[in-house]
Design a protein around this ligand. Sequence first.
Ligand code: TYD
Ligand code: MG
Length: 453
Amino acid sequence: MSRSKTAYVCQECSTQYVRWQGQCNSCKQWETIVQEELETKAKKAWDRNEHATKSSKPIKIDQIDLRKRPRIITQNKEFDRVIGGGLVPGSMVLIGGEPGIGKSTLLLQISLDAEEVVLYISGEESVEQIKLRADRIGGNKKNCYVLAETKLESIFEHINRLSPGLVVVDSIQTLVSARVDSIASSITQIRTCTSELLEFSKKTLIPVVLIGHITKEGQLAGPKVLEHMVDTVLLFEGDQNYSHRLLRTQKNRFGPTSEIGIYQMHSNGLTEVENPSRLLISQKDSHSSGYAIGVTVEGIRPLLIEVQALVSTAVYGTPQRSSTGFNSKRLNMLLAILEKRVGFSLGTKDVFINITGGIKVEEPAIDLAVVMAVLSSYYDLTIPQSTCFGAEIGLSGEIRAVPKIEIRIKEAQKRGYKEFVMSKHNESVEEIHDIKLYQSERIEKVIQHFFRP
Ligand code: TYD
Ligand code: MG
């Protein structure tokens, strides 16, 4: 009788220890080490067998023929574009997102419309529940098989029998492998199931899409190595209060990571959004202060966004700062610049910032729009509705150039904006019609131009 071995494993970085200890030597995190069952002798036998049958051989790189294995194009254009032009054979994609955001809906929709046979495995819903959802979504349904199962061994059996062109697993946290003793969704189970699926996918060249849960902090649940193991990590995001959803790449071995796909959730599933800018700008007709339009670029895709600001007199000692969709540290920095460079006493004011539509913007290119919205509210003066801003602001109050300026200007022009405010340091842009460019190098000058305080 051989005992199965146990080890103490750090849940953050997977470092193993013989004894328990409070802090991990390698990642320096506290209280992250827990006792885990290591893989049993079944694993060793499997490994030996694996070794014997392996018949790989080196091949000259220019002799590898890619045409034999083209990417698998799903009927979902946004999804295909975000992952870099279709699924690569033998690749593994992990898609994470908050509960209820629409991960299952998206993947089921892709499965229902697929041109090749898809096996949609769910450990969370029964086949009847999946059918109910499928009926709401529609789709051609001709190639989609569903399986409600959590045991990995049995899943492999079914895959071998069906030999699908794509496998979807909803979700990786529900799978259990008999090779390890831990319960479903433990670190060891997630790691083992993923590596077995990975092995399978590389061997058969069938792409596997995994749905993953995320923790309260917004990280993918499970060991950090999960993200290292898979080829592509996608995040499905959005605000539950709004109907649009964003599909972003966090990691992609086979394509760019800056692409973003935009969907809208309807009663009959998700639709792809052609004109996201219109979705994100609030339909206000009255002309009020505290609004500025900025333009951000995600991948190659420009997005017009609306920044709303409210500046009011602070009632209590410490003024409040609140920002939704924009980094609050960056907001504080911008306010400090305004205080220092243009002498605003924002220290006695509450400042609230909101990016409409519930989207998050990381790009510094909307700095100027944020600052202008704040000042517009502060002076209670409106900014012309036909003006759009696209520049970063430096610590000394300089207006800095931003990349892909041409895409930004063109988007503004296409949406009917008449004036674009940008840095003097951005190269002059050719072939721009019907939109006036206002270029400046100092924040003071822009303020003078719009508000003449
Ligand atoms: P779901 O795909 O189950 O989310 P996840 O798998 O990420 O947890 O999506 C559930 C939400 O989507 C739920 O609130 C209902 C909504 N929904 C629609 O609005 N329309 C639809 O056609 C479907 C299928 C779901
Ligand atoms: Mg789900």
